[in-house]
Design a protein around this ligand. Structure first.
Ligand code: ZN
Length: 171
């Protein structure tokens, strides 16, 4: 594993917890760390425990919380980009290998915290592209190269990337 794929994790402060609750519209569950922040300073990605407090498996390890980014990614998804990404996996061996590596590293990081006893990760990895929020969160948490579709999502959103205070819901 290269150093670019190690997440930079920060402890969740009480102020972060309040912002995340506002972002999500509910108390955050199973928070472990802040894994990325927006330019405005608020959390954009959190790392969550593989199980919720009540023991229910929660396989998504990196969760996108910024409402502005979440909305931008939702718009991309609505434009059908995931179908085209999934189609490319069948014809681009390098892309498929990179995506498989992303899946394995995601699983290894999660298993190091609390193994769920299965190899299902998130977002459709490793064979399909089903949720760009998952892939963007992975790339923001672990750095460029961690997830090829997270990297592509960063590039697609580059012109719209939030620069100021985007903790409030987008209008
Ligand atoms: Zn934001």
């Amino acid at each position: 594993m290269s150093s670019t794929e190690l997440p930079h994790l920060e402890p969740v402060t009480e102020a972060d917890r309040q912002v995340i609750a506002e972002q999500l519209g509910r108390p955050p569950r199973a928070l472990r760390a802040v894994a990325a922040r927006c330019p405005g300073g608020h959390p954009s990605v959190v790392q969550t425990s593989p199980r919720l407090e009540n023991g229910t498996p929660f396989p998504t390890l990196y969760y996108l919380t910024c409402p502005r980014l979440t909305a931008l990614v939702g718009t991309l998804e609505a434009n059908g980009v995931m179908r085209e990404m999934t189609d490319r996996l069948a014809v681009d061996e390098d892309l498929a290998a990179h995506y498989l590596r992303a899946h394995r590293e995601y699983l290894a990081a999660r298993d190091a915290i609390d193994p769920l006893g299965h190899e299902v990760t998130a977002g459709g990895m490793p064979g399909r592209v089903k949720c760009l929020h998952v892939h963007l969160a992975h790339t923001l948490a672990c750095g460029p190269g961690a997830n090829p579709f997270g990297d592509e999502t960063v590039a697609l959103l580059a012109g719209d990337w939030p620069s100021g205070d985007c903790a409030a819901a987008p209008r």
